[in-house]
Design a protein around this ligand. Sequence first.
Ligand code: SF4
Ligand code: SF4
Length: 383
Amino acid sequence: MPDHFILRREHFHELLEALKARGYQVIGPTVREGAIVYEELSSINDLPIGWADEQDGGSYRLKPRNDQALFGYVVGPHSWKRFFHPPAVRLWQVSRDGKGFQFEEQEPANRKMAFIGVRACELHAIAIQDKVFLGGSFVDSNYRMRREGTFMIAVNCGQAGKTCFCASMNAGPKATSGFDLALTEILDGGDHYFVVEVGTMLGGEILQKLPHELASVTQMEKAKNIHAATAKQMGRSMDTAGIKDLLYGNYENSRWEDVASRCLTCGNCTMVCPTCFCTTVEDVGDLKGEHAERWQKWDSCFTTDFSYIHGGSVRASPKARYRQWMTHKLATWIDQFGSSGCVGCGRCITWCPVAIDITQEVRAIRETDIRTKEYAEKNNGNT
Ligand code: SF4
Ligand code: SF4
């Protein structure tokens, strides 16, 4: 039985209605403060209809498209991690009650979420965070409660941005797993429709509620051509061959000093990265000493506090912090979790205020690999 169908644009609102009727809170892309962010959608009019995003190192702009595409952008500063692993979570609170203390553990709100517009690279990032939070001997119960039962609607990218490199990370641009439904948006003259791939039984059940038809061979071909064209459009690429050994063998490469002279250690790259997961814990008390709360908040390995142990920070210099971030993402992550920590979404390049580019940094290290004969000869020549 074929598993590709057509959902016409005029029926698209029924998808949201079907999800809401099943009790889902529908979350998807919308325009806010000049960027495309992920928020609760009340109707499809909240989608970024007719908007595209123009991105490059350190730059992001929305610009109108010359059509009414619902998903005609790439990715914005938000990633879906904010819903499973929120930026700030109250873990517990405690109050005096006259006789002693009353502790109250915080339970995550019991809401079923449906995500619409998840990109292929983002599905890969979610799979990576699943491994981090759920895959080891310690399971993060807060993450699990938020994550369980989420309905995923992937939307394959119809164009790539200048900072995208998911194709070279084998993480896109077409969604291959982790979705209930995957859509490819097609605007063909006056014809506007979605080619729908069903990923799960539940996805099939939802589709059954909507007016749909079987996709023709021509329509499936059009979708395939869009995926192929998007893969070719990627503005960046990363050569990952032997990357773990490359980075392990180049802790002393002078490129780290070069990048550190540009890096502001602002931590933006870690905040926008869909796989970064580090947190800190803060305790807050009221002035009367009656009430206290413990909060878990996103943290960044670019702060000196992050690696503070007795006597000082282990990574006191920007060089040490940038080197640790990139080496963790691309090398030690492989030993820790069995995959790269980077899915090639390009956010860390777009949202870096000084346009530091992780693909360029890897290339520079490759070109100056201190394990090579060229390096040895150059070094001997200099002594
Ligand atoms: S690489 Fe860019 S975004 Fe990341 S900490 Fe340095 S300046 Fe900030
Ligand atoms: S390291 Fe950069 S490109 Fe890779 S997943 Fe994180 S934000 Fe995206």
